[in-house]
Design a protein around this ligand. Structure first.
Ligand code: NOJ
Length: 565
């Protein structure tokens, strides 16, 4: 094997990875979905005090930061991404004092805190939307949102063909108390999530206030929801959006998403982040063409953007390598570090994706999908462990979704009457939605709700969670929890520089790269064993074997970390 190509990302501003300003560049960030993490007050919903109670667990796991999905007051029309008040804690989840206690506990344990910010839309319960509902068409209160008259003689045709991401029209018509229909308002997601008009100066200013509010409370960074949606072309007549199956145009010409004007908004946010020392960080959720993701990550804007490509890729060596190469190049262009994501609260958990036939896996938003086709658990978990160990060795930030460290599968059989995701309703039950990856995680087998809380969890936990509870995996050398702990601990020691050098292998199924100081990472994406490259084994995602002659081999669907120093 010979070194052939070297992919170098941005010049490492912080080779040791320790300076506070650059903590995010190579951080392992653990995503907490607060309602499904730990329930201290026993109401069936996870809460902020629950997260605080688990800070020692997260610290021992070896992550660097906690990202909290929304915990703000919300009617939960979309799992908290319908925010009624951006500067408070949902009373169902606790208080601002609880939040301050969490920040103190996390910081005390050396963990950073990232909060989710949802700027594209508010909840319909937000005071601004309530004011808009009470106000007349054309009034200042309505101008913070996107209200339009309907088309057709009676105004009963939606103002445009735009569709909601959750299915159906993106427009909902209002009705006066006396039953008379009036204007329509835009919601790119659920009707309970009206879109803000970001050309309104008050909207822009208010989000600066929110960013300062949380930064002043010690928050270290922000995850920016639907970052690519804020700027819209609302010139009349409203023109059709790009058909989804063709993806977004890379010239920024779609009327709804990824418009060039959006970047001035984030330049303003950067000025706010830079008021702090160290500057607050941000990561964009922007489902846009690969070539344009890095625009959001420029140091003059959010600084980092999610790269979701691994959530959509088959378990395939060439596909993984291409994704890594191209994203490291793009990160280098923007000056950001790359990000890596295998699972989050919006996609099917990766052990399930990899255990389903490939043909069902083209869309990460296939969502829970039900119980057909049957899941091959052994294959799914073996591949997931290999993919995780591959990801955790890449330069850049690794985002780990709660329960991923336990090797949890998607809960695919939640009864229809207990599903919460608006996707289920709005697609008229064609898609089950994302609840299957949001079931409260199992902590121990001897407590109610698997240690999640004293009461039954808000989404039903399956009996098989008992096999993957923290208490069961803790101390088991073969468990996925042990694998993540060892990997994250080694990563702390090894993760330096932002370079990666590829080593060609005899088979395209074998992807091999080297980091600095003789750290080699080899994944066998195929099923047949291959010769194990030279080096001391640091960690492997599954048992290593020997061939008939006693020579060590790397089994199929396995990753190994080696040291050649
Ligand atoms: C992206 C979030 O990750 C998802 O959960 C949410 O439904 C939409 N944005 C709308 O806020």
């Amino acid at each position: 094997m010979t070194d052939t190509t070297a992919t170098s990302t941005t010049p490492a501003a912080d080779p040791a990875g320790t300076s506070d300003r650059d903590w995010w560049r190579q951080a392992a960030v653990y995503q907490v979905y607060p309602r499904s993490f730990a329930d201290i007050d026993g109401d069936g919903l996870g809460d902020i005090a629950g997260v605080t109670s688990r800070v020692p667990y997260l610290s021992a796991l070896g992550v660097d930061a906690i990202w909290l999905s929304p915990f703000y007051p919300s009617e939960l029309a979309d799992g908290g991404y319908d925010v009624a008040d951006y500067r408070d804690v949902d009373p169902k989840l606790g208080t601002l004092a609880d939040f301050d206690a969490l920040v103190a506990a996390a910081h005390g344990a050396g963990l950073k805190i990232i909060v989710d910010i949802v700027p594209n839309h508010t909840s319909d319960q937000h005071v601004w939307f309530q004011e808009a509902l009470a106000a007349e068409p054309g009034s200042p209160a309505r101008s913070r949102y996107i209200f339009r008259d309907g088309l057709g003689d009676d105004g009963d045709v939606p103002p445009s063909t735009w569709e909601s991401n959750f299915g159906g029209s993106a427009w909902t018509r209002l009705t006066r108390p006396d039953g008379t229909p009036e204007q329509w308002y835009l919601h790119l997601f659920a009707p309970e999530q009206p879109d803000l008009d970001w050309s309104h100066p008050e909207v822009r200013e208010d989000f600066h206030t929110t960013l300062r509010f949380w930064s002043d409370r010690g928050v270290d960074g922000f995850r920016v929801d639907v970052a690519h949606g804020l700027a819209k072309d609302l010139a009349e007549p409203l023109r059709d959006a790009n058909p989804r199956e063709f993806g977004l145009p890379i010239d920024g010409s779609d009327p709804l998403y990824d418009r060039d004007e959006v970047h001035t908004i984030f330049e303003g946010w950067r000025r706010v982040f830079d008021e702090y020392d160290p500057p607050r960080t941000a990561v964009a959720e922007a489902w846009v063409a690969r070539e344009r993701v890095s625009l959001y990550a420029r140091p003059t804007e959010l600084g980092q953007a999610f790269n979701f490509e691994l959530t959509r890729a088959e378990f395939d060596g060439p596909a993984f390598r291409t994704i890594v190469e191209s994203n490291l190049e793009l990160a280098a262009q923007s000056g950001a570090s790359s990000t890596w994501v295998l699972s989050n609260h919006d996609v099917v958990r990766h052990p399930t994706r990899y255990g389903l036939p490939a043909t069902t896996d083209g869309d990460a938003f296939l969502l829970s999908g039900g119980t057909e086709p049957a899941l091959d658990e052994a294959t799914g978990l073996r591949r997931a462990r290999a993919a995780s160990l591959f990801m955790l060795a890449l330069p850049g930030s690794a985002y780990v979704y709660q329960g991923e460290e336990l090797g949890l599968f998607e809960v695919a059989d939640i009864p229809a009457d207990q599903l919460q995701d608006p996707v289920w309703i709005r697609t008229e039950h064609a898609r089950k939605g994302r609840d299957g990856c949001r079931v409260p995680i199992p902590w121990d087998t001897s407590s109610p709700a698997f240690g999640f809380g004293e009461h039954v969890a808000h989404l039903p936990q399956p009996a098989w969670f008992a096999d993957s509870a923290v208490s069961v995996e803790d101390g088991d050398p073969a468990s996925t929890l042990t694998l993540y702990r060892e990997a994250l601990s080694l990563r702390h020691r090894l993760q330096r520089g932002e370079e990666l050098a590829w080593t060609d292998s005899e088979s395209a199924d074998v992807v091999h790269f080297a980091r600095h100081d003789g750290w080699h990472v080899v994944t066998n994406f195929g099923t047949a064993p291959v010769a194990l490259p030279a080096g001391d084994v640091l960690l492997a995602s599954g048992p290593l074997e020997s061939d008939a002659s006693g020579a060590p081999v790397l089994p199929g669907e396995t990753t190994v970390w080696l040291s050649t120093d």
